[in-house]
Design a protein around this ligand. Structure first.
Ligand SMILES: [Zn+2]
Length: 440
């Protein structure tokens, strides 16, 4: 029984997140009304399933009929398979939320699914749905899971958020074609442009999405990337143009002559509950708000930190065993990365804690019970640095990222380097292209 109800929820969630937000088709609108009614019916039925087996059966039959009616619409929302996958375990919203609370580990897919289901059951205004979609987008930021990004973006749009949606997220019939579909196309374009303008004006919401901007702009069908062969750094530019065409890319081989820097940088990192993520490209620690990097007094919030093996940056042509990248964003959305080079030597107690809590599953945030961590444990005492303007070192290679690479290295034991789950996840050094490297 639950399985069938679930199927209906899935279709409804797909439609809810993917279609309603976009198309003002009568078909969709009438379906939406039906779904709303039926959802209510199912909720009532579900609560007292035993007593009301008959009404439940009726609702089920009705929903099956609705499902058939929706089949053509579902085709247009194939890109939201992630939602389907997210809900594959099957339950009503409260069951789902309860189960997720217990797990403490919500993947981007599950967040997107939760958002869709919340929106369906509680309406487009539901703040929890918005939060879930935002979280899904945030979690999929550095990954390559287009489906999840699409589900989150479409969900946010359906909820009335002014964000730009990656073109690949639009149903196929919406992207290309002629005749009556062209009208829709141009309408969507206008919509997107309008949103763009709004996004820049908006304060809180706009900024959060800025980090994803380039990813959405780039038209890539299957944004897969890695560090070797056909998916290696030399090929990133095919799907992420900035990676090959950009003129201020990271990482760099850091060598003189240097320009004197008078910028003052200090870190004010706070302890918080440990949350880790293996996003398939690195181990990332998701930081709770409150840790800051101050650059000439301007606060940059620490979002996450992650590792590369060997270090991406070279000093005079030589890489270190590893590097930690602390990723920050200021109130204007400008990114700043603090790099701490890890040199083979004594055991690192901070790394010991982190490696003891490595996520077992990819793309699922892991929050071990009762483990706190202070990112400051990974910093050296000395804060002398090299600095330059660069980019994200992973696709989409977005530029405008300010780098500070500390001159003082921090120890890591050989065994700890070997225990890092990625053997090689460093992008090669990029051309300087006339940029200055500063040194304080
Ligand atoms: Zn990095």
């Amino acid at each position: 029984m639950k399985r069938i109800l679930l199927e209906v929820f899935l279709v409804a969630a797909l439609i809810g997140a993917g279609v309603f937000g976009f198309m003002n088709q009568k078909q969709a609108a009438s379906s939406k009304a039906k779904i709303t009614e039926l959802t209510a019916a199912v909720e009532v039925a579900e609560k007292s399933a035993k007593e009301k087996e008959e009404s439940l059966k009726a609702a089920e039959e009705e929903m099956q009929a609705l499902q058939e009616e929706m089949a053509p619409l579902e085709e247009k929302t194939n890109q939201l398979e992630a939602v389907k996958a997210a809900l594959a375990s099957g339950s009503t919203l409260s069951d789902l939320e309860g189960a997720y609370k217990k797990e403490k580990t919500l993947s981007a897919e599950r967040q997107a699914g939760l958002g869709a289901l919340r929106m369906l059951t509680k309406g487009a205004e539901d703040p929890g749905a918005l939060e879930a979609f935002r979280k899904a987008l945030q979690l999929s930021e550095l990954g390559d899971r287009k489906n999840t990004i699409c589900a989150a973006q479409l969900g946010l749009v359906a909820a009335g958020e002014k964000i730009k949606v990656m073109s690949d997220c639009l149903p196929k019939s919406e992207k290309a074609g002629h005749g009556d579909k062209e009208e829709k196309d141009s309408k969507d374009d206008g919509h997107a442009k309008k949103d763009d303008g709004h996004g820049k004006k908006e304060d809180g919401k706009g900024k959060k999405d800025d980090g994803h901007g380039d990813k959405k702009d780039e038209k890539h069908a299957a944004p897969h990337w890695g560090y070797e062969g056909e998916m290696g750094p030399e090929k990133w530019g095919k799907e992420f143009p900035t990676c090959s065409a950009g003129k201020s890319q990271s990482p760099l081989d850091i060598k003189g002559p240097f320009v004197k820097s008078r910028v003052v940088v200090s870190a004010d990192y706070k302890e918080g509950p440990l949350k880790m993520l293996n996003n398939g490209h690195t181990i990332q620690v998701v930081v709770t708000p409150g840790s800051k990097l101050r650059i000439d007094g301007i606060a940059h919030e620490l979002l996450q930190f992650h590792f590369h093996r060997p270090s991406e940056e070279k000093i005079d042509g030589k890489p270190m065993a590893m590097v930690v990248h602390f990723v920050h964003k200021n109130a204007e959305g400008k990114l700043a990365v603090l790099g701490v080079l890890l040199k083979e030597g004594n055991e690192n107690p901070g790394i010991k804690t982190l490696w003891a809590n490595l996520p077992k599953e990819e793309n699922v945030e892991y929050a071990p019970d009762g483990v706190n961590f202070n990112p400051g444990n990974l910093l050296p005492r000395e804060f002398d640095f090299y600095s330059y303007e660069g980019s994200l070192t992973t696709p989409p290679c977005t530029e405008g990222v300010r780098f500070f690479i500390l001159k003082t290295t921090v120890n890591i034991a050989k065994e700890q380097v070997q225990a890092f789950p990625f053997k090689m996840n460093a992008r090669p050094v990029q051309a300087l292209n006339g940029r200055e490297i500063l040194s304080n």
